[in-house]
Design a protein around this ligand. Structure first.
Ligand SMILES: Nc1ncnc2c1ncn2[C@@H]1O[C@H](COP(=O)(O)OP(=O)(O)OP(=O)(O)O)[C@@H](O)[C@H]1O
Length: 636
């Protein structure tokens, strides 16, 4: 059983009320008769639960507390309990004793505690003071620092403004002066005069470097060319060695055939005049056979690009002449589209024995073929033929333009004149020559005589090609043979041939030759002193221009002509491929053209194929085809 007592608590401050109340509780707690205490801060009433003790009802309703500030102060704390008088005394005594005991222990307890707290407080205060003074000193430092870098006052005094303006003026003047100086420096080149030698030196060094690099590049390219040439020379040497071995075995074979006089034949300079005729005849027989092996498959290829005329200048093909190729290469560039339509430049290069650009003159061309003409006078066979598409300049190369001058006349008049000159020179050495010529054309696979007096009649004649296997010469029987004894006769021959040649207009060439023309020159020389004799033939062939039938727009007779032309050219290609490939069996009889050129093309002749190229972009396909064929002839 217990009873609750309520006390009114008064205090100086709310916080201390709580503290005081707790002190009361502590003071009461040791009493076994006190069960608990509750304090309500807001109402300032403390409720103390005590054991059940009969009361008079005269309870103490109020407790006055003054918050103790020191142990002494605590002594003034009074708690009054009103009880019944009988018990009050006893109770008071118990309480007083208890209070005294408790107060003592409280004081003892709190004296230590207080000392501790005081020392701690002193420590804390000391450290707080130190911290405070350090913060203050830091603050003053920071303040000083900050004030130093404070932005200018937003409001300036008039004197400050004046100073500022003056400073600005000075700054502006300085900038203007600097700019002026810079401009003056730039405008005055003399300022850099001292630098000029250095710059010149640097420039010279750069030029030297560039020259050195260019020289190296040139040398490299040159070396590559030389290596290329050496390689082909080596191949040529190997081929020649093989041929030489063949020749040696052949010579031995003939020596056996000739029996005891074979030694004489091999040393003609030791022969007596009596034997000379016999040996000469034998040699004549041997010579063509020797030529067979020397020249077999040895077809040289030259390439010539015709210059464009004014009206063609908008359609020019991209034909290039690679540098450092020593006029031996030509390349054909074109733009090709791939599957996705992306354009790409492609270029194909072809190598020939000689390449002549559009600026090459007739004289330059002839100088390169003159050795073949020369060899004909010396008793060899030669054949030069012009190959190429229509309007590529074949007739121009072979005969020259329609009204030729001494500068632009073609290969035929130049060749005949050279022969005349050479024959004249040889007269002093006892040589006398007969020069005769036939000029024929092959039109629709039939032979026609271009020197016939009656051109309307000559179609009925049946011409026949006769090959002399021993001398390696060819003749067309029943065709007019002219004795070429003067330039006048030559001119007449050329005029007659030009007049009679089958010429028809095609879409590409208003004066297109629709036939293959062949000028056959035969030279028979005898030496009155040595009784030697020589026979040489020169065939100058101007082939008809190849053309794609779809492109030419040919119809009727012209279509037939075109078919014959293309077919005979195709047979010619096959024969040349066979010769170059050293084929065992070559069928010359497939066309009149190849049969007529049998001796001129193969075994017994020095052959030069002159491939002609049109400069036009629209002729690109034909150009490529001509170059491909010529390349094959040259490389096989
Ligand atoms: N090197 C050149 N310099 C100046 N003009 C040229 C040259 N080559 C060709 N020509 C001119 O180009 C035109 C065609 O030449 P040409 O008749 O010789 O061609 P072609 O190949 O013989 O033709 P086709 O096979 O159709 O007879 C002619 O008018 C000719 O004068």
């Amino acid at each position: 059983m217990y009873s609750d007592k309520t006390f009114k608590v008064t205090s100086n401050s709310a916080t201390k009320v709580g503290t005081t109340t707790r002190k009361i509780r502590k003071a009461q707690a040791p009493s076994s008769k006190m069960i608990g205490i509750e304090y309500d801060d807001y109402s300032s009433f403390a409720k103390v639960r005590l054991p059940e003790i009969p009361t008079t009802g005269n309870e103490m309703k109020e407790a006055s507390c003054v918050a103790p500030t020191s142990p002494e102060g605590r002594k003034s704390q009074n708690i009054y309990h009103t009880r019944t008088p009988s018990l009050k005394r006893k109770n008071d005594e118990i309480l007083a004793a208890e209070l005294q005991r408790n107060t003592r222990s409280f004081e003892n307890f709190h004296q230590d505690d207080f000392n501790n707290i005081s020392s701690k407080r002193a420590t804390i205060c000391g450290s707080s003071l130190r911290r405070f003074s350090s913060i203050r000193s830091n603050q003053s430092d920071s303040f000083e620092r900050v004030t130093k870098h404070l932005p200018p006052k937003t409001k300036l005094t008039s004197s400050e403004l004046e100073v500022m303006n003056l400073r600005n003026e000075i700054l502006r003047a300085k900038i203007e002066l600097y700019i002026k100086e810079q401009i003056e420096t730039l405008n005055n080149p003399m300022q850099f005069q001292d630098d000029v030698p250095d710059i010149e030196y640097e420039k010279d060094q750069l030029i030297d470097d560039y020259d050195a690099k260019e020289h190296t590049a040139y040398k490299e390219a040159h070396m590559a060319e030389i290596k290329d040439s050496l390689m082909s020379i080596r191949q040529y040497c190997e081929a020649m060695q093989a041929k030489n071995a063949n020749l040696n075995s052949e010579v031995n074979h003939y020596k056996k055939d000739l029996g005891p006089s074979s030694d004489d034949i091999s040393r003609p300079h030791k022969k007596t005049v009596k034997n000379h005729k016999f040996i000469d005849k034998k040699q004549e027989k041997l010579r063509p056979r020797r030529n067979i092996n020397e020249n077999r498959g040895n077809i040289k290829v030259f390439c010539r690009v015709r210059p464009p005329v004014l009206s063609e200048c908008e359609d020019i093909a991209d034909i290039r002449f690679p540098p450092y190729s020593y006029n031996k290469k030509i390349s054909l560039a074109s733009i090709k589209r791939n599957y996705w339509g992306v354009e790409r430049e492609t270029s194909k290069e072809y190598k020939f024995d000689k390449v002549f650009g559009a600026s090459a003159t007739q004289e330059e061309i002839y100088n390169n073929v003159a050795p073949i003409v020369q060899s004909v006078v010396d008793g060899f066979n030669g054949c030069i033929f012009a190959y190429g598409q229509t309007c590529s300049g074949k007739t121009y190369t072979m005969q020259g333009p329609q009204d030729p001058t001494i500068y632009n006349e073609g290969m035929i008049p130049r060749a005949v004149r050279q022969i005349f000159e050479h024959v004249d020179d040889l007269k002093t050495k006892g040589w006398e020559y007969e020069i005769e010529g036939q000029f024929i054309e092959i039109y629709n696979d039939s032979i026609r005589d271009l020197l016939s007096d009656d051109p309307s009649n000559h179609h009925g004649l049946k011409f026949r090609t006769i090959h002399d296997e021993i001398t390696g010469t060819t003749m067309v029987n029943k065709a007019k043979t002219v004795n070429l004894d003067s330039v006048a006769t030559l001119n007449w021959v050329l005029q007659m041939a030009a007049k009679n040649r089958a010429v028809a207009s095609t879409k590409s060439n208003a004066n297109s030759s629709r036939s293959h023309s062949i000028f056959m020159i035969r030279l028979m020389g005898t030496n009155t002193v040595t009784n030697e004799s020589r026979i040489g033939t020169l065939n100058l062939v101007d082939l008809a221009g190849s053309e794609r039938l779809s492109k030419s727009g040919s119809q009727g007779d012209q279509l037939l002509e075109a078919r014959y032309i293309n077919s005979s050219l195709s047979h010619l290609k096959t024969v040349i491929k066979g010769i170059k490939g050293k084929s065992e069996h070559i069928n010359f009889r497939n066309s009149t053209l190849t049969w007529l050129l049998k001796n001129s093309l193969g075994d017994k002749s020095k052959v030069l194929m002159f491939v002609h190229i049109s400069p036009l972009g629209s002729s690109r396909a034909e150009t490529e085809s001509s170059l491909e064929f010529a390349h094959l002839v040259n490389s096989a």
